[in-house]
Design a protein around this ligand. Sequence first.
Ligand code: SF4
Length: 319
Amino acid sequence: MTAAPNKPPLRVVLCSPRGFCAGVVRAIDVVERALQIHGPPVYVRHEIVHNRTVVDALRAKGAIFIEDLSEAPAGPHPVIFSAHGVAKAVIEEAKMRSLFTIDATCPLVTKVHREAHAHFKRGRRIVLIGHPGHPEVIGTMGQLPPGAVTLVSTVEEVEALAADGGEIAYVTQTTLSLDDAREIVAALEQRFPAIHAPPVEDICYATTNRQGAVKAAARAVEAFIVVGAANSSNSMRLREVAEREGCAAQLVADVGAIDWAALNGVRSLALTAGASAPEALVERIVEALAERFAIALETLTTASETVAFPLPRALREAV
Ligand code: SF4
């Protein structure tokens, strides 16, 4: 990028990794493959991933997004479950109605479901660390009978947990803030020293890597832009991580949502994208920055990613 005489200089640090994770790539592929194989429409329960651009693009190709299974007719057109996972009751309802379903739940969410099942089988009380109302949390809690899983989202809620003397275990939402989760886990371990922890961290590699990149970049810049939806848990956590490091951070769905006045006088800025935000949105923001500033673009890489998940068997076999 060449400096223009009338534009103020701006150092722009692109975080890497950023944007799509392997679970989101797979979920989008599932919908696209299902459309190719079965033809439109395909029904998708809940936003396949939390991003309006992605949802609109799939809708234009013939996906119909529904919130309730009752909106999907029985027949040859599949109903796809989103990357966040679904409660057992939803799967059972689909079976009862003989719906043709394809599960796009991220394998790393399924891993948490399996852990919860394993603890339940061993008679353990299960604590889920997560955000109330998030579809992933609803899906994980819904793997087991009501009352088997207790949701906590703060240290105070851990302190209020009753001790019944039985075995206890915890699992977590995959997109938590690493720092928040650490505090809550420490409180759980203090209150229940024998608590069973996940064999491998439940917070997924993509959440960990994106937060790590934001933390490193935030220490070197004055402001932050996080591209992502307001209902995207991992995107919200990225903004929080930047703010904790002292950066004025904006979470924007797209270039049109940027608060340009907040960037007056800013000389250095970092840019990242949540796990469900397409790279094209980042590119448009870089272009918009270049129209207003003489930008010097650099990339800060804190991890490399090679994770990829295969499509569900039903789609692999059909292909
Ligand atoms: S953020 Fe993590 S758990 Fe969620 S879809 Fe992506 S890889 Fe899977």
